[in-house]
Design a protein around this ligand. Structure first.
Ligand SMILES: Cc1cc2nc3c(=O)[nH]c(=O)nc-3n(C[C@H](O)[C@H](O)[C@H](O)COP(=O)(O)OP(=O)(O)OC[C@H]3O[C@@H](n4cnc5c(N)ncnc54)[C@H](O)[C@@H]3O)c2cc1C
Length: 263
């Protein structure tokens, strides 16, 4: 199927992009989710605003003890090491398992997070990190904790007049431990259950369980999960009241494997 006709705009700066948004334009980043939605006519914008030419939209900068990842940074750039240090190692490992390379060449971290597909990899992993999503609106930048950004299925804390500009994460120490596990029926498919754990020195470990057709479940103190992965995974998943025993089993498995992989 072909998309319904729409106008195309290419804002050269952020104020122009926000002005287009205020006029009802739909932002497009890599187009890897919006493109299929246009083709299926699930989205029928009169105009799309292509964000890809905005200044500082893509790219990674270390500013003091914070790593700022532009919303337009592609999954492939992250896979290829654009993010330095221990954080980069963690994110590259996640990025290389998103879909397959042609999708990763175009899809962006910001487009994925803003889209908030419950099965998306960044929606499962970013909430475990101690950082912020940087929203830009008419009043300037607003910082939203990564754990509080995805509110529901295809729903985020971004306001209608805001764009996601960047993701900021503190530089992680080399001793940061991370575990990640996801289940896909075949390589390149969306996950059916994803879990991850981040353990920073001197802080309670944090875990996330995602890809369950809800907002990600953030477990702010996952000490019990690391101490006894099987028992605590069973307790946590029982509390979710999942109807489908197969999804519940996968969720338990994801949490247990992510905890056991945390190193
Ligand atoms: C075959 C296939 C397999 C895939 N498999 C996976 C997978 O396994 N795991 C996974 O995580 N993803 C997967 N994806 C999705 C892919 O990762 C997309 O890149 C991602 O979902 C959207 O990013 P994008 O940059 O393409 O955003 P777009 O498609 O351009 O936009 C997505 C949505 O976000 C909005 N948006 C984009 N940028 C911004 C912004 N800066 N501020 C506010 N709103 C914005 C758009 O208006 C749109 O509503 C797959 C996609 C395809 C086509």
């Amino acid at each position: 199927m072909k998309p319904a006709p729409f106008d195309y705009a290419r804002p050269a700066d952020w104020p122009a992009a926000l002005a287009l948004l205020a006029e009802g334009a739909r932002p497009v980043a890599g187009g890897q989710s919006l493109g299929p939605m246009l083709n299926l006519r699930l989205a029928l914008p009169e105009r799309v605003a292509d964000l890809r030419h905005l200044p500082d939209y893509a790219g990674v900068a270390v500013q003091g003890d914070v790593v700022r990842i532009g919303a337009g940074t592609t999954h492939a750039a992250i896979e290829d090491g654009a993010v330095p240090g221990r954080l980069g190692e963690i994110l590259a490992g996640v990025a290389r398992r998103i879909a397959y390379r042609p999708v990763r060449n175009r899809g962006t971290i910001g487009g994925s997070f803003a889209h908030a597909d419950p099965a998306a990899d960044w929606c499962a992993v970013l909430p475990v990190l101690p950082g912020h999503a940087i929203a830009l609106g008419p009043e300037g930048e607003r910082r939203i904790p990564l754990a509080a950004f995805v509110l529901g299925v295809f729903e985020t804390a971004l306001r209608a007049d805001e764009l996601l500009r960047a993701v900021e994460v503190p530089v992680l120490p080399g001793a940061a431990r991370f575990g990640h596990w996801k289940f896909c029926r075949k390589p390149g498919e969306f996950s059916k259950a994803t879990a991850c754990v981040l353990a920073l020195p001197g802080a309670a470990p944090v875990a996330v369980l995602a890809a369950l057709d809800t907002a990600p479940l953030v477990i702010p103190d996952a000490s019990a999960l690391l101490a006894d992965p099987a028992a605590e995974a069973a307790r946590l998943v029982a509390g979710l009241g999942l109807d489908d025993p197969w999804r519940a089993a996968l969720a338990r498995k994801a949490l247990r494997h992510a905890a056991e992989a945390t190193r």
